[in-house]
Design a protein. Structure first.
Lengths: 238, 496
């Protein structure tokens, strides 16, 4: 009975899309649908007036493919994301337009599909949204500084004026991803600029708060989360 | 005879024939005493540890600065430590103790070489402790229900194999005659659990499948561990204790057959409803929804069977600690199952999917059904294993009311609060969201506070249980055995 459902649910999925590959922008190009002739796609990608032929789905040398792998630092940050359990409040998936309000909330310009996840060593879809979805948080909040402040104390970014009538964040602080150190010859470039409304979070005079290696890696990972490319099976606004 | 053959011969747990049933059962209880009491001790200990992590996690949700500077106790880690302590610590130890004891009694066989069982049990618990430590210290996998670092999996799998095999051996050498419904459930669970656990470990952690196949495997496992491991063990206990304590047969043999096979047939397809709207093939989701809705059949069938067995015995149910917990659990099974089927429908799921409603539902099944049934089972078993009666009826009442009211408040808070949360995430006006992200989180705070209040009641109940259990082990009021069992109400109509 169980073997039957394993075959049906899991093995069939492996067969159905276990060999999905990243695709090139040629295949991905918005014009490609109209211009497919036979087994080829004809596009003028270098704008020299001549159309070149490409085989759909076959990656051209030197051409970018999507989804893209994340950098080494971001991969380290993903480990932090995993072992802190961010997934238990933040999902990484966008549901289609009309099914929930993921699209309207700006969590992604299109629904996510299996191909978006094929390069991820561990898939972190998540099933809880105590906080917002993070599939494209790197596009929504592209600033390192914002993420550092937000991780250090989520109340700083959620309610900078500390207005008691405004809703505040219930995210836990991750101050242990930062360290307080003596300012050297010059302040560190990534030292936190804590606003004056949060005096208790400021470092003592002559000291500064900087992210640890883990904190820096985690933010690199968050910034790598983007949904800024289209796939043949999922176009923007879908 | 070679040593191997003589070992296998010595495993043969059959008893001498021609011995009266009561003597046989007494001999079984005697032989099962040490391993079963050991599993129950571990279970009760893990229950307290799990409750501690639950309280910390719950407070953190409305008070994010609480223990906020300790990386070991950040929310993601404590909630996972809670889940793994109660699932692999409390629930699995309870299943090992209760399941093997029921199996031994129904098969009329004993355990020879209990030392192997005890050793495996100790290693299982070392594995769980190492796993929970791994979660807190930064080795968490972030795979739901499989958060423990992958290194502990071989130890757990091996220990389980050495524990589970005893149930199979008992069944193999069972006394001839009718096989009771509890035996099917336990035997099924003993085979299902290792199969789903190992597949999930291999396909997600050891040789990861590509892309979202991992997520499908994850939910195939996480849903089946509830439905094909804890649920059959809980139902086996209800089917055993309900007729046993009432002294009347189960209402219908045929309904119990239907309930078992419909559970076995439909449950294992249902897990993908945790991915509705997600990036997996839509036909899989549809199959999951169909299976989830079909789960109405075993839920209703089992409910009818249990109800018709217990009906007309309200007084007995109320007075017996075992039955009071077990009937509470049996009723919760019906409601949790029906809720679960409804939650798989797309129109409802679009609201509940990412909300606290799901968390509430998990506690509905794992606590209000399974855990309450296990509490009831422990109240029946320990007096027979130790030849003593429970020292305090008052503590049993505190345990019952603390947990019953506590879980009631918690389910109310999480279901209502979760529904509001889901509606707020989804609500649109002129194509724009009505509530900001912060509005949604803030609206949850009062429901999270209610949940922490419920948690305090549950903790009181668990501590009362612990005190009574330790008191009993220490031999309190051991002479009461001659006066009859400890009841929590009298025939004349005491109210509590």
């Amino acid at each position: 009975m169980l073997a039957f459902s394993w075959t049906g649910l899991i093995l069939s999925s492996v067969i159905q899309y276990g060999s999905l590959q990243p695709v090139t922008e040629f295949v991905n190009h918005p014009q490609s649908e109209e211009q497919i002739t036979g087994a080829f796609i004809e596009l003028d990608l270098d704008n020299d007036g001549k159309k070149e032929s490409f085989v759909p789905g076959v990656n051209q040398p030197g051409e970018q493919t999507f989804p893209q792998p994340i950098s080494g630092l971001a991969q380290q940050g993903k480990e932090v994301y995993q072992n802190m359990g961010c997934l238990y409040c933040h999902s990484q998936q966008v549901r289609r337009k009309g099914f929930g309000a993921d699209f309207e909330r700006g969590w992604g310009d299109r629904q996510t599909v299996p191909r978006d996840y094929i390069l991820q060593g561990r898939v972190l879809l998540g099933t809880s949204r105590t906080g917002p979805d993070l599939m494209a948080v790197g596009q929504r909040q592209p600033s390192w500084e914002w993420h550092y402040l937000h991780l250090y104390n989520p109340r700083i970014t959620a309610n900078p004026t500390r207005d008691p009538n405004k809703p505040d964040s219930i995210m836990p602080p991750f101050r242990f991803l930062f360290k307080v150190q003596k300012i050297g010859d010059a302040p560190s470039p990534d030292a936190l600029k804590i606003p004056d409304n949060f005096p208790e979070d400021k470092a003592p005079e002559g000291y500064e708060i900087v992210p640890t290696d883990e904190g820096r890696a985690l933010v690199a990972y968050l910034l790598s989360l983007k949904l800024n490319y289209e796939l043949p099976e999922s176009r923007f606004s879908e | 005879m070679s040593p191997l053959i003589s070992f296998f011969t010595s495993i043969d747990p059959r008893q001498k024939t021609g011995v009266p049933l009561k003597v046989q059962l007494s001999e079984i209880d005697r032989q099962m005493r040490v391993p079963v009491i050991m599993f129950l001790c571990f279970a009760v200990l893990w229950l307290q540890i799990g409750t501690f992590f639950a309280m910390v996690s719950s407070i953190k949700l409305h008070n994010p600065e609480f223990l906020g500077d300790l990386s070991w106790l950040t929310f993601g880690r404590t909630r996972s430590a809670h889940l793994n302590s109660v699932a692999y610590g409390w629930a699995n130890n309870a299943v090992f103790g209760v399941g093997l004891w029921i199996m031994a009694r129904l098969c009329k066989v004993t355990v020879r070489h209990a030392g192997i069982l005890i050793t495996a049990g100790i290693f299982w618990n070392i594995g769980v402790a190492a796993g929970v430590f791994g979660i807190l210290s930064g080795g968490m996998t972030s795979i739901e229900w499989l958060e423990m670092p992958m290194q502990v999996a071989p130890l757990l799998a091996l220990s389980y194999a050495m524990i589970g095999v005893w149930g199979v051996i008992m069944f193999r050498y069972r006394a001839l005659g009718h096989v009771y419904v509890s035996q099917w459930y336990i035997l099924g669970g003993l085979f299902w659990f290792p199969w789903i656990y190992m597949i999930a470990q291999v396909m997600i952690l050891w040789v990861p499948a590509r892309g979202t196949v991992q997520a499908i495997t994850n939910w195939w496992f996480a849903h089946n561990v509830l439905g094909l491991w804890y649920t059959p063990m809980g139902l086996a206990a209800i089917y055993y204790f309900l007729p046993k304590v009432l002294g009347r047969p189960i209402h219908s043999y045929y309904l119990s057959v239907l309930g078992f096979w419909s559970l076995a047939l439909f449950y294992n397809w249902a897990g993908v409803h945790h991915l509705i709207g997600g990036p997996i093939p839509v036909w899989l989701i549809s199959a999951g929804i169909v299976a989830s809705v079909m789960m109405v059949i075993p839920a209703i069938v089992t409910a009818i069977n249990h109800h018709m067995t217990a009906v007309g015995n309200a007084r007995a149910v109320w007075c017996s600690p075992t039955l009071r917990f077990i009937v509470f659990g049996a009723m919760s099974y019906t409601f949790a199952s029906l809720f679960g089927s409804a939650m798989a429908l797309r129109d409802i799921n679009v609201v509940t999917h990412f909300s606290q409603f799901t968390v509430g539902h998990a506690h509905h099944g794992a606590y209000a059904f399974f855990t309450m049934v296990m509490f009831g089972s422990v109240y029946f078993m320990v007096p027979r294993l130790l030849k003593r009666e429970w020292p305090s009826a008052a503590l049993i009442k505190v345990h019952f009311w603390g947990t019953a009211i506590g879980i009631g408040i918690m389910l109310f808070a999480l279901h209502i609060g979760g529904w509001i949360q889901g509606e707020m995430w989804n609500e649109l006006k002129d194509g724009a969201p009505v509530y900001s992200n912060l509005d949604v989180s803030q609206a949850l705070v009062k429901w999270f506070l209610s949940r922490s209040f419920a948690g305090i009641l549950l903790t009181i109940g668990h501590v009362a249980f612990l005190v009574n259990f330790v008191w009993m082990l220490a031999g309190g009021k051991s002479t009461r055995y001659k006066e009859g069992p400890t009841l929590i109400g009298d025939k004349e109509g005491s109210t509590l």
